[in-house]
Design a protein around this ligand. Structure first.
Ligand SMILES: Nc1ncnc2c1ncn2[C@@H]1O[C@H](COP(=O)(O)OP(=O)(O)OP(=O)(O)O)[C@@H](O)[C@H]1O
Ligand SMILES: [Mg+2]
Length: 239
């Protein structure tokens, strides 16, 4: 569903992402794990067509990010780290606005919002202005906004970052539910426990390079827990 080949991103002479290769299958949650500055966001931005790769290729749902960026954008729902909502709009209005931008008809949008808000436990906040929402509910609105066009692929950049334990739980459960419905999810995190819980496979990225990829269950069997895999991989490399 997502093929990343020899992907490199240069900012001037600095290699933020360095010749990485990842293949993500349909219906899988792939965790991109790394420390601050490892290259997670840069990779996800290239998959989401925000940045063009300096070198290498990305194919999403059969479309090349260089030649078919509009088709790639239709296939993905990108949740960036920075949640920028329009404070004066209500939760419902923010998501509806994005539905309209995606050429959906209003009745369809209303039906989708109803279902999405129920799944995210947002229904009671639908008519509250975003400025009045808690951080957790803002993040849920951002998720609804990112996927209102029902893409097959989700790109979630540290979606639980800064959330309390209940909001994190809601986001993790929602992500798992989406996978059960057949979505393919590229999920970045630096939290090993959540990656261990929700990811099928992971890639450890460090200084722009992928140090290790593997099936989470197999890695946990071999190393005891994902944290051990991560620490031994990252310690083996000079930062
Ligand atoms: N627009 C940019 N211009 C120059 N350097 C950048 C730019 N964006 C990112 N970088 C650098 O590229 C490297 C990778 O950054 P990136 O944001 O991809 O890391 P990350 O893994 O998402 O980290 P975090 O966990 O802090 O979100 C960092 O050294 C960062 O400073
Ligand atoms: Mg980041």
């Amino acid at each position: 569903m997502i093929i990343i080949q020899n992907l490199t991103k240069l900012f001037g002479k600095f290699k933020a992402v360095d010749s990485i290769n990842i293949e993500i299958n349909k219906g899988e949650i792939f965790g991109l794990l790394g420390l601050n500055g490892a290259g997670k966001t840069t990779t996800q931005r290239m998959v989401s067509t925000v940045f063009l790769p300096s070198k290498g290729d990305i194919i999403v749902n059969g479309n090349d990010v260089r030649t078919e960026p509009a088709k790639v954008r239709k296939s993905i729902g990108f949740l960036p780290t920075e949640v920028g909502l329009y404070d004066r709009l209500t939760a419902n209005e923010v998501v509806k606005y994005f539905g309209i931008l995606n050429d959906l008809d209003e009745q369809e949008i209303d039906e989708r919002i109803k279902k999405l808000f129920e799944k995210l436990a947002l229904t009671e906040y639908a008519n509250k202005r975003c400025s009045k929402l808690s951080r957790g509910n803002k993040q849920k609105v951002a998720i609804a906004r990112a996927i209102i066009h029902e893409p097959p692929v989700f790109i979630f950049d540290e979606p639980t970052s800064g959330l309390d334990v209940l909001s994190s739980r809601a986001v993790l459960d929602f992500t798992k539910q989406c996978k059960a419905e057949g979505k393919t999810i590229l999920y970045s995190s630096h939290l090993m426990n959540e990656a261990e819980e929700i990811c099928d496979r992971i890639g450890i990225i460090h200084n722009g390079k992928i140090l290790k990829t593997g099936n989470v269950k197999e890695l946990v069997k071999e190393y005891g827990k994902l944290e051990n895999v991560f620490i031994s991989s990252v310690r083996g490399e000079k930062s």
